[in-house]
Design a protein around this ligand. Structure first.
Ligand code: ADP
Length: 589
């Protein structure tokens, strides 16, 4: 049932009850009053009659009594009865005394004889009505009771219930009830209207829409206050939710853009959060949420770490190496989030690349030391030989000094190549980005000629045939001129070095819509197939003795590759032992 009807019916019940009780009380009071008035009148009339009828009664004049009783009764509209001391009715204003039974046993008569007055309220069999009787004795001079005078009136109740006064009271009561009901109706309306707002507000809040604006007219009543408090609460919740969702979005953005893998695991082992970096790192597919970690993580060491941290609630950091299917390294750190839920957060770094670089660094240091030690040991050896006496012999001295000079040049070559390499790396952009070359207009024809010029004497020494094929009207290339020249010098220098006398070396440059093509070839010794994949590594030599003898540092091709990569290009090599080699470079326009 709606609150309106409940409230209204309750009021209706209370008002009707009050009206009913009030009416009954008033009527009762009126009846009491009515009875007292009747009694008083009957007593007054009985006293008067006693005086009027005293002499006929004492003289025994029955006919006169009869006559007087009948006449006076009609006039004063009261029933009058005269009864002798034995109870025989002598006269009655409404009945024939002969037909009336003995009245000696009537209570008012008994009381009048014994106590001097009597009254009674009872049903009259004679007039068939509820009657009020008052009886008084009539005495002679000696004080002997001669008769009893009785006056009687029918009780006004119930005929007079609806007397004009009572009716007025009932009407007034009804009007007041109607007014009270109207007020109750209005108050029920106002109450249910406010309650409707409360319900609407609560429903909106329950649906999750906190930005509710319901006009509240009654701000002072309890329900109005409740509605006001509810809408304030909704507003506060709205603000809080907005803040929380903003923070959530920020956190999600941070988590999704992080390169570190993040995972949160509850005390029961169920996963509540995994970011995209971790998914990529460990190849986790969707459907991980609320799944136990041992079903999702496949790496035993990570699982052990998770188990350990959840159990012991201690922060832990661990380096993990995974060898299968590919060699990978992770640095996992775990921190317990709260000791009640036993939640823990795991941050996992993929340090495979870092490890690789670390190894390369260590290799480079080892290689550089090794490369430097060889000429240094030789120099030291020859100096000692000179000290031991060879210095005295001019021929030996010159010979050893020229060897020392050669090794010193070698050292200088290695150091300058290393410096050039580090220069290229210095120009490189930060991690992950391709190195950026200095941008300037480069005329390849000019660069090829100046590179050949630098090696001219050695080409001539070996009587090499030089084949040049440079496309006419070649446009300018945007790149780093110095480095591109170094690249060509290194390639042509190798071609000269590894080609026997009277052999052929050549350079070819062409251009298409998308790239510049540069080829440096020779008819030299060639490179065995097994060495081809590694010749671009630092200090890698296909033929160590030959390279050293020819003054090679093992860094030339490494520099070439770096310059190519720096310009966003690619390098390939084709070679056949005994026939020659061809280095093919493509540089994007
Ligand atoms: P190096 O200073 O020893 O020449 P590079 O890095 O320039 O070092 O070359 C690496 C190795 O590749 C050389 O030691 C050589 O064995 C081989 N190589 C390079 N260019 C040629 C070529 N044109 N013909 C034959 N072998 C070559």
């Amino acid at each position: 049932m709606k609150a309106f009807w409940k409230h209204f019916l309750f009021n209706l019940f209370i008002i009707s009850l009050v009206f009913f009780l009030f009416t009954i009380l008033i009527i009762r009071e009126l009846e009491k009053h009515d009875k007292a008035l009747t009694e008083e009148r009957l007593l007054t009339e009985a006293n008067l009659l006693r005086e009027v009828l005293k002499s006929p009664i004492t003289q025994g004049k029955k006919e006169e009594i009869k006559f007087l009783v009948s006449e006076v009764g009609k006039k004063i509209e009261i029933r009058i009865t005269v009864i002798d001391k034995d109870g025989v009715v002598i006269g009655d204003s409404e009945e024939d005394p002969a037909r009336m039974e003995n009245h000696a046993k009537r209570p008012e008569v008994i009381d009048a004889i014994s106590r001097g007055s009597g009254k009674s309220l009872r049903y009259s069999t004679t007039v068939k009505k509820d009657m009020f009787y008052v009886a008084l004795p009539v005495k002679d001079q000696t004080g002997e009771i001669k008769a009893i005078v009785r006056t009687a009136l029918p009780l006004s109740f119930p005929e007079k219930v609806f007397s004009p006064v009572k009716l007025k009271i009932i009407y007034l009561g009804l009007i007041l009830t109607a007014f009270a009901l109207f007020l109750s109706l209005a108050s029920s309306r106002a109450l249910t209207k406010s309650l409707d707002k409360t319900i609407k507000l609560s429903e909106e809040i329950a649906k999750g829409s906190f930005n509710v604006s319901i006009p509240i007219s009654d701000k002072k009543g309890e329900i109005g206050k409740l509605n006001l408090a509810l809408s304030r609460m909704a507003k506060k919740l709205d603000e809080l939710f907005k803040q929380v969702s903003l923070e959530k979005t920020q956190l999600e953005t941070v988590l999704s853009t992080m390169s570190e893998g993040v995972m949160v695991v509850r005390g029961d082992g169920k996963i509540t959060l995994i970011n995209s970096a971790l998914k990529d790192m460990l190849g986790i597919k969707d459907g991980w949420i609320e799944k136990p970690y041992w079903e999702i993580l496949r790496i035993r060491e990570i699982m052990e770490l998770v188990e350990n941290v959840i159990k012991k609630q201690f922060a832990e950091k661990k380096e993990i190496a995974v060898l299968y299917p590919t060699e990978r390294y992770f640095l996992a750190s775990a921190i317990p989030l709260n000791s009640v839920e036993k939640e823990a957060i795991f941050v996992i770094f993929d340090i495979t690349e870092f490890k690789r670089l670390e190894r390369i660094k260590a290799d480079i240091v080892a290689n550089v030391s090794h490369e430097l030690r060889t000429p240094l040991t030789a120099i030291k050896g020859y100096i000692e030989t000179l000290e031991e006496g060879a210095y005295e012999n001019p021929e030996e001295r010159n010979h050893f000094l020229s060897i020392i000079k050669r090794h010193t040049n070698r050292l200088i070559n290695i150091v300058s190549d290393l410096l050039l390499l580090s220069e290229i790396e210095r120009k490189s952009a930060p991690w992950g980005e391709e190195p950026k070359a200095a941008i300037e207009d480069v005329d390849f024809q000019e660069v090829v000629y100046s590179s050949l010029e630098a090696l001219k004497s050695r080409v001539e020494e070996k009587s090499l045939h030089v084949s040049l094929n440079i496309e006419d009207g070649l446009p300018k290339y945007k790149g780093d001129r110095f480095l591109l020249e170094q690249m060509l010098i290194n390639l042509i220098d190798n071609a000269v070095k590894y080609t026997p006398e009277r052999g052929t070396i050549g350079v070819q440059v062409n251009q298409s819509d998308s790239h510049f093509g540069i080829e440096v070839f020779d008819s030299g010794v060639g490179i065995p197939k097994e060495h081809l994949p590694r010749i671009f590594e630092r200090f890698y030599r296909a033929d160590k003795t030959r390279s050293r003898k020819l003054g090679g540092t093992g860094l030339g091709l490494s520099i070439v590759k770096h310059v190519v990569i720096m310009h966003g290009g690619e390098i390939k090599v084709e070679s056949e032992v005994g026939k020659g080699s061809k280095f093919i470079i493509t540089l994007p326009v």
